[in-house]
Write a protein that binds this ligand. Structure first.
Ligand code: DC
Length: 225
């Protein structure tokens, strides 16, 4: 039986960095489900689809194939066969993904693929609804969060390092908006699963967070070397 770890939490909580590190330490496949919603969002942006136009989004879902692959252990996401991994990390795509991921047909399409991956492989999967909807039977569930101001500062730092012009106040506002939308949508809103372990990383180092999750995993399945 495949071993499944679910990591949910709001934007900027450090889920992907933490999940990647845990995957490397325990030989899991890391599945970034946000990248799948971002690839769909990129498709809608390219089509000029209005994120409020439910009919157009539903129709678009029939024309899109989002698939995953791995190159040297790094997840690659494909949109209708095109590798779009390098094009989905912008704020514009993130905002669009937050809006278009609220629709049932978008979620149904992507969760099917996520469930299939987890059925056949040991995975650590991060997202918003993994512990609650996609993998309710996951062996370990973590809800990883941090305060809005800490998440905004981390994002600000990342953008500065990339040389991008940005304002901390603007980033804080965008994070609050995304939190609200992700937590209040009708389909699979972001919330902590009842049996998820709550981790607030505001005052923790990356290593401390990774170790806390490794402890949970090893406790569940017995230490792996
Ligand atoms: O984790 P991220 O920032 O890459 O996610 C982008 C958007 O996709 C996020 O605002 C909400 C959506 N998302 C989702 O609805 N469910 C998931 N499992 C993952 C992401």
């Amino acid at each position: 039986m495949a071993f499944n770890v679910a990591v949910d939490g709001p934007a900027g909580a450090g889920k992907s960095t933490v999940a990647k590190a845990v995957a490397a330490k325990r030989n899991f496949i890391y599945v970034d489900t946000g990248a799948m919603y971002r690839a769909m969002a990129l498709y809608f942006l390219r089509q000029g689809t209005d994120p409020k136009d439910e009919a157009a989004i539903t129709a678009g879902c029939r024309e899109v194939a989002v698939t995953l692959g791995y190159e040297g252990g790094a997840q690659q996401v494909y949109l209708n066969g095109e590798n779009v991994t390098g094009q989905i990390r912008t704020e514009e795509v993130g905002m669009m993904a937050s809006q278009t991921s609220a629709y049932g047909p978008v979620r149904e399409k992507l969760t099917q693929l996520q469930k299939e991956l987890a059925r056949t492989s040991d995975v650590i999967m991060d997202g918003r609804d993994i512990g609650t909807c996609v993998l309710p039977q996951a062996d370990v569930k973590v809800y990883l969060t941090a305060s809005v101001s800490v998440r905004a500062k981390r994002r600000y730092q990342e953008l500065l390092e990339k040389g991008a012009a940005c304002s901390l106040a603007e980033i804080e506002k965008e994070i609050e908006e995304r939190d609200y939308r992700d937590m209040h949508r009708e389909h699979s809103p972001l919330k902590q699963a009842e049996d998820a372990y709550y981790l607030d990383s505001s005052d923790m180092t990356l290593e401390q967070v990774v170790n806390a999750i490794i402890e949970l995993i090893d406790g569940k399945r017995g230490a792996v070397r």
